[in-house]
Write a protein that binds this ligand. Structure first.
Ligand code: SAM
Length: 474
């Protein structure tokens, strides 16, 4: 057998070890002093990826309990992608090829199932069905029991579920500090701040929960994924004579915030944190909205968005898309009837696998701890930018309850205290139920839905919450 050099394998992108194992080896190697030919006695600082894993074990395990080990190993394993078909070029050959590879359209399954549901017709008129007042206890809202796939191999037994709930109840009080009379070191104070900003405690603000009809699947949207358990990868998309690519590869769960928007032909959409543009591209692929306003704070990321749009959409078909570089927190005028607030977050997968741009590196602790505040301000801006009757979808790609439920709760609290806007939470159980064959949802969230990564369907994490502006005095 020919001797294979490490550099040769790398150049061919042939993985030798998992990324985490490589990171571990690199960490150990750094501790070895070549000069003294011995291992260094002073422990080196933990890498960003190691700190992220420690943090997740500390803060996610109490929330996800018995399910955490399965989520953890999935997060450390290769993520599953799906192919968003580009409608702005010939599609037949592409679809045939993906079907031959064993992929199927995950959206068609859902829309077919919805069509075949007798009497369960789509109703886009929201109706106000109940008002829920939450007390400050750790009460977890009861959710529709059907929301999970009946045949799911990952389904918990009743005993396991109870254990999970008990752990959740017991541990979400991590931030209940008992005041003690002693002076804290700076390190301890930082740790306390981390705990406060990384945990979520339900408060007593009134939350209106409304039920709407099942989600409508845009008929032009096509998203192909391999079957559950199939970890195959999609080949790189080919481009046609005009340079337009066949499909866009993205995490399958990223389509859910777009579906939750329930796009209609007359919609004026604000995509508040739009770059690099996967969700904006998916919105455009529906051929539905009248206009899409793509905003992002970062100029370089907006350039990436522009490149994505150019790679898929002909130049003469982008008149309905506006790109804007602005701090989303400044947007306050109600010009839009659909708003997507897909905020910057922990980006769980990235921080576990990549050192570059890792939020858990010590130099970025302040920025990381500011995230829930930035997210809250962005969601508030999204609500303020939405007209009466319109809806706002909030999404993240983290499992952090503080950045998910915590942010929705504090934005609702702000709107309730500081404005006369009447906002309701839209129950997304219907959506979770419809997609339960493709995604695994966490059933214990109060305000939104969480897609949990599992080994057999390694999509996500993704959190989606939907708000409806019921009343907005002028
Ligand atoms: N929606 C995008 C997509 O589907 O490709 C991903 C958005 S990414 C999770 C979050 C984005 O928020 C980043 O591009 C970041 O530059 C942007 N961002 C961060 N702070 C912002 C702010 N204050 N206003 C607007 N955008 C912001």
């Amino acid at each position: 057998m020919p001797f294979l050099k490490l550099s040769y394998l790398r150049s061919k992108k042939i993985p030798l070890f998992s990324k985490r194992f490589e990171s571990f080896i690199r960490q150990q190697y750094r501790n070895f002093s070549k000069k003294q030919r011995r291992w260094s006695q002073t422990p080196r600082e933990l890498s960003g990826t190691d700190k992220a894993l420690e943090h997740f074990d500390l803060f996610y395990k109490p929330v996800y309990g018995e399910v955490w080990p399965s989520i953890r190993i999935s997060l450390l394993t290769t993520q599953k992608y799906c192919a968003l078909i580009n409608n702005f070029r010939d599609v037949e050959g592409v679809v045939d090829r993906l079907t031959q590879l064993g992929a199927r359209d995950i959206l068609r399954d859902v829309s077919d199932a919805l069509k075949n549901q007798p009497g369960d017709k789509v109703d886009n008129n929201f109706n106000f069905t109940r008002e829920v007042k939450k007390n400050p206890s750790n009460e977890v809202e009861e959710k529709d029991d059907d929301a999970e796939d009946e045949d799911s191999e990952d389904k918990l037994t009743e005993g396991e579920e109870l254990m999970t709930l008990l752990r959740y109840e017991k541990n979400t009080s991590l931030d209940n500090f008992i005041p003690v009379k002693r002076v804290y070191t700076e390190k301890e104070l930082n740790e306390q701040e981390d705990i406060e900003r990384s945990t979520y405690q339900p408060t007593g603000i009134p939350v209106n929960v409304i039920h709407e009809g099942p989600v409508q699947i845009p008929k032009d949207l096509r998203v192909y994924a391999y079957e559950k358990g199939d970890t195959g990868e999609f080949p790189s998309p080919n481009s046609n004579m005009d340079g337009k690519l066949e499909y866009f590869l993205m995490d399958g769960a990223s389509i859910l915030p777009v579906i939750a928007l329930d796009l209609q032909p007359s919609d004026n959409v604000l995509d508040l944190c739009s770059a690099p543009g996967g969700k904006a591209l998916a919105m455009k692929q529906t051929n539905l909205p009248e206009s899409i306003y793509c905003n992002d704070l970062s100029g370089s990321r907006l350039k990436r968005l522009q490149k994505v749009l150019r790679s898929y959409i002909p130049d003469n078909m982008t008149d309905d898309i506006t790109l804007k570089q602005q701090d989303g927190r400044q947007l306050k005028t109600p010009h839009f009837n659909k708003v997507l607030v897909d905020v910057p977050c922990n980006t769980d997968r990235h921080v576990l696998l990549e050192e570059d741009n890792n939020l858990f590196k010590s130099g970025r602790t302040g920025e990381r701890l500011q995230l829930p505040t930035v997210q809250r301000d962005l969601l508030v801006a999204g609500i303020l930018s939405c007209v009466q009757g319109g809806s706002v979808v909030y999404s993240t790609c983290t499992l952090s309850a503080a950045q998910n439920e915590g942010v929705v709760q504090s934005a609702l609290q702000y709107i309730w205290q500081e404005t006369d806007i009447n906002v309701a939470v839209v129950d997304l159980n219907h959506m979770a139920k419809s997609f339960s064959k493709t995604f695994r949802f966490w059933r214990h969230s109060r305000l939104g839905q969480v897609v949990l990564p599992t080994l057999s369907c390694n999509f996500g994490p993704m959190y989606i919450a939907k708000l409806r502006i019921l009343e907005r005095p002028t």
